[in-house]
Design a protein around this ligand. Structure first.
Ligand SMILES: [Zn+2]
Length: 410
């Protein structure tokens, strides 16, 4: 009874919160559908496979156990948004390659553990699908560790295994430029024509130890190399559909078909520039116009990348294009479902790492809106649960299964 009362209060407060977002967006809420959405959202295991929160935490003193207005993520707002599990990515930029990328990753991973240790009543580290189910039952937030950019592996399969032992469960093979593992989708020209010789060994070892291979950010050729090589299903932890928004970071229909055929999943990114080509075009125009101001920021904050990032976000919020409606995000989900079925799509926000998100989805408290809009579009409840987290859990389980088969085979 006590639990029910708490839940009722939670549902009511989230109702107020989201209603205000919807009113801002100029849309009208259907109260009956909204109630249905909240119930379904509460029952579902909602999983987000990508945020850059650790980077923000390392740059600034924050307690994830308190609501903070500096970033888009904290345990309190995760609960408000009914977000049960989230991958926090230890993101290391390729520009850190010259220094010690493994050390940067270790610092970030330590920060994740510290935040969770500080808030044992609110969150727990999850290492497996079983952990996610258990933590969900406890009513806490499950925090999982991802690694964005494999540069901290520093060409060592020993490092790869060590990071797995520390709790890392997926690695995004590269970031915005080529690294020692593979080519990036946003590099000027390829270095390896796909996976490097070390990259090939690394993907094999990832399969063997049960580390999820994340193909977000990689070049198309790298994607095809991975699809051919990987024995386990692979994931795009935060990518969108290129047929809707034509940027190299997004996946073509052919790639989505191949990903699905392998049993993988594309987790849709919430970043406005990857969702909406009109927004992206205007954003690039604004970026060009703001170049002198951005250069000034770089000069002022020198090596403090996160300060530059924070100030740039402010600048773009003020002078950049307005964010797309949430329906644009639903269009991407819908496209994947129409192309390959409902079993291969999920959510990977890119919160604390992107800057602009659809209206109403500015932070982790907005997730129930996705459920609402999927219902509105006629999706069945069981299918919505798959999109919210079930599909990712299947991939996670399957990667573990492949690892078991490979390690038991003599
Ligand atoms: Zn990214």
């Amino acid at each position: 009874m006590k639990v029910y009362t708490k839940k009722a209060i939670w549902l009511f407060s989230i109702f107020l919160l989201i209603s205000s977002f919807i009113l801002q967006a100029g849309d009208k809420i259907d109260p009956i559908l909204w109630k249905k959405a909240l119930k379904l959202h509460d029952e579902a295991i909602v999983i987000d496979t990508h945020s850059d929160t650790p980077m923000a935490l390392l740059a600034e003193e924050m307690d994830m156990g308190k609501k903070n207005n500096k970033g888009e993520v904290d345990f309190i707002r995760m609960k408000e948004g009914g977000l049960d599990a989230m991958f926090w990515a230890a993101f290391v930029s390729n520009s850190n390659d010259e220094k010690q990328p493994s050390r940067v990753a270790l610092d970030l991973i330590d920060e994740i553990y510290q935040q969770v240790d500080r808030n044992p009543n609110l969150a727990r580290i999850a290492l497996s699908p079983t952990d996610i189910y258990e933590i969900h039952k406890e009513g806490k937030r499950a925090i999982l560790i991802g690694m964005e950019n494999g540069s901290p592996i520093e060409n060592s399969l020993r490092f790869l295994r060590d990071f797995y032992r520390l709790g890392v469960r997926y690695i995004t093979l590269t970031h915005n430029s080529n690294n020692a593992i593979c080519d990036s989708s946003t590099a000027d020209k390829p270095k390896w024509n796909g996976l490097s010789p070390f990259g090939i060994e690394m993907v094999k070892e990832m399969n063997r130890i049960g580390m999820i291979v994340d193909i977000s950010h990689v070049s198309d050729k790298t994607f095809w190399d991975v699809i051919q090589l990987s024995r386990a299903p692979v994931m795009a932890s935060h990518s969108c559909v290129r047929a809707i928004c034509d940027v190299p970071r997004n996946m073509t229909d052919e790639m989505i078909r191949a990903l699905a055929q392998k049993g993988g999943v594309i987790q849709i990114n919430f970043y406005s520039s990857f969702l909406d080509s009109q927004y992206n075009k205007k954003f690039e125009e604004t970026r060009k116009a703001l170049e002198p101001e951005i250069n000034k920021l770089r000069e002022t904050y020198k090596n403090d990348r996160s300060a530059v990032w924070r100030e740039m976000s402010k600048l773009f919020k003020e002078k950049g294009p307005s964010a797309p409606p949430i329906e644009t995000l639903i269009d991407h989900i819908d496209h994947v479902v129409k192309l390959v079925g409902v079993d291969y799509v999920g959510l990977g926000s890119d919160f604390d790492g992107a800057g602009s998100f659809p209206i109403g989805l500015e932070d982790v408290s907005g997730y129930p809106l996705i459920t609402y809009h999927l219902l509105k579009r006629g999706y069945k409840e069981a299918d919505i649960k798959k999109i919210l987290g079930g599909n990712f859990l299947r991939v996670f389980n399957s990667v573990i299964q492949v690892s078991k088969e490979m390690t038991s085979a003599k």
